[in-house]
Design a protein around this ligand. Structure first.
Ligand code: SF4
Length: 237
């Protein structure tokens, strides 16, 4: 019998207990019912061979219910992100805007369309990329996220990176670049350089929303995109 966990025990604790139970029953030669695809994924998770897609969906559910900072009380819905896991690249933007808040999807609207075209330009289909933001809920009136809000949301981004395991992170705009590089410099000073976050390569570049307002920066952004393509080829991602 599985001992009752503390209230709010996380999935991994419960999975660990169930995994140990399954292991014990297997050693005793017990047979189990046949599992369908969903059951096999759950079984893999319970046995410690966790399906990253399943764990990511569970993380998304936690993000959708989160009220860790005040943005959780003002949003229509949280926007966890989307894409495959594992993925060769993770794009990290700033936070949801009005259309993202309405749809629950990251990078929709004109900035999202530009991002899709930027990825196409380096032969990187959007569906092969995991796309998220440093802040998962829309700040009112699209104001800048505050330091306490960035800090409260950061563990979700770290957990996404752990599950998606991208060799390359692309930081779009100053907030994402400063979060992933630990620097307090402007995006114009960070782009063109390479950084590391927990052993993963980080390339900062301009946010597509900024490029729509400042098209004169499309040329340096194109240089960054070519660099991303080169690094992807080098990493075999
Ligand atoms: S912004 Fe992040 S920390 Fe704040 S409520 Fe939304 S998900 Fe939670």
């Amino acid at each position: 019998m599985i001992p009752a966990g503390p209230e709010g025990a996380d999935f991994q604790t419960i999975a660990g207990q169930l995994g140990a139970l399954l292991e014990r029953e297997k050693r005793r030669g017990r047979k189990f019912l046949r599992w369908g695809p969903a059951g096999r994924r759950a079984l893999a998770a319970l046995e410690g061979k966790a399906d990253p897609g399943l764990l990511l969906e569970q993380l998304n559910e936690r993000i959708r219910k989160c009220r860790r900072c005040r943005l959780g009380f003002d949003r229509r819905q949280a926007v966890p992100g989307e894409g495959p896991a594992p993925a060769g690249v993770m794009i990290v933007g700033e936070g949801p805007g009005e259309e993202e808040d309405q749809t629950g999807q990251p990078f929709v609207g004109p900035a999202g369309e530009l991002l899709t075209r930027m990825l196409q330009a380096i032969e990187l289909p959007r569906e092969r990329v995991f796309i998220t933001n440093v802040i998962k809920c829309r700040p009112p009136e699209n104001r800048n996220p505050e330091p306490g809000e960035l800090q409260a949301c950061f563990p979700f981004l770290k957990e996404q990176i752990r599950l998606v395991r991208p060799p390359l992170l692309v930081a779009l705009g100053g907030f994402a670049a400063r979060t992933l590089t630990g620097s307090d410099r402007k995006i114009s000073e960070l782009r063109g350089r390479s950084f590391s976050f927990e052993g993963r390569l980080v390339i900062p570049t301009y946010h597509p929303a900024y490029l729509l307002r400042s098209p004169e920066n499309k040329r340096p952004a194109w240089e960054d995109l070519k660099k991303i393509r080169r690094e992807l080829d080098r990493l075999g991602a």
